[in-house]
Write a protein that binds this ligand. Structure first.
Ligand code: ADP
Ligand code: MG
Length: 279
């Protein structure tokens, strides 16, 4: 059972916006060697704007209907930006399937990350759109890419200072994102992480964690999405954003209630102080 000092640290953390679920997690927090971080919703707000798009008239209504079935921040942005679409031609009986960290599919229509469209016909050279440096979503019918949407998101500025604080404590901070290389690099530079990996599937995220653990590292993982939940569960210290999905928060040891990463740094420091007292 937790010592009074541990309980007091948990209570102090909670007052400062970070819920640490139990004494073991409170005592383990400052043993972290590496902190992996998701991008969307974690280092950014996950509040996308559709910047630009080119999708055939008869397919955009399908795309919007498909994205209505998803909770992904990109899906929410697409639904919001096409509020007045006419669903007249949509076959609602056909099921929509979501592939976590990739996109959505309905019959022969597929919407999602460029990596899911390798080998598809791309007569209009939509793959070139990625070079513009925005989050780019493709739309395919059968084996042909028939459209794209470009979206942008904003950095959470408190993340920049928090990351530098963790680095001063000797922790490596590494971005793991499902987004494309261009966007990953841009965000990595802005928030100044030690390293980044783009085009990461939810399984890739788990594999990075397991690999670090094999090398005797204590691994923290911070994320917000449904697709981050397995990675959070595999990390030594899983950390969820309060704005995240409930499954992410359930899978985590720590929840940053108001999404302020600076508060996580404060809790880390509480954990350091606690370990000096109890050890
Ligand atoms: P991140 O690691 O940045 O949080 P995700 O793993 O959630 O990103 O998603 C990776 C990529 O998969 C997104 O950048 C997007 O291209 C694509 N994607 C995921 N879900 C959807 C969806 N519902 N609709 C369209 N694209 C999606
Ligand atoms: Mg995310």
């Amino acid at each position: 059972s937790a010592t009074p000092a541990t309980l007091s640290a948990i209570s102090n953390g909670a007052k400062n916006g970070v819920l640490v679920k139990g004494g073991a997690a409170m005592e383990a927090l400052n043993t972290m060697d590496i902190l992996y971080s998701d991008k969307t919703g974690t280092l950014t707000f996950g509040d996308f704007q559709v910047l630009d798009h080119e999708v055939p008239e008869d397919i955009i209504s399908e795309v919007v209907y498909m994205e209505q079935q998803s909770n992904h921040p990109i899906a929410n942005a697409i639904v919001k930006s096409f509020e007045n679409v006419d669903f007249g031609g949509v076959d609602f009986s056909e099921p929509v399937e979501e592939v976590a960290g990739s996109g959505v599919r309905k019959g022969d229509i597929k919407v999602g990350k460029p990596g899911a469209f390798e080998g598809y016909r791309d007569e209009k050279h939509y793959f070139n759109k990625i070079a513009e440096g925005n989050t780019t979503i493709f739309v395919a019918k059968g084996n042909e890419i028939v459209g794209y949407l470009s979206l942008s998101d904003q950095i959470r500025h408190e993340a920049v200072e928090a990351i530098s604080g963790f680095q001063k404590e000797g922790i490596q901070v590494v971005l793991l994102t499902g987004d494309n290389e261009k966007v990953a690099l841009k965000v990595a530079k802005e928030v100044k992480v030690n390293d980044y990996v783009a085009n990461c599937s939810p399984e890739d995220k788990i594999n990075y964690i397991l690999e670090s653990q094999k090398n005797d590292k204590v691994v923290g993982m911070i994320g917000d999405g449904i697709n981050d939940a397995p990675a959070l569960a595999n990390a030594d210290i899983g950390i969820a954003m309060g704005s995240g999905s409930s499954v992410a928060m359930e899978s985590a040891d720590v929840v940053i209630v108001k999404n302020d990463l600076a508060k996580l740094l404060y809790s880390y420091q509480l954990s350091s102080r606690l370990n000096r007292i109890i050890k």
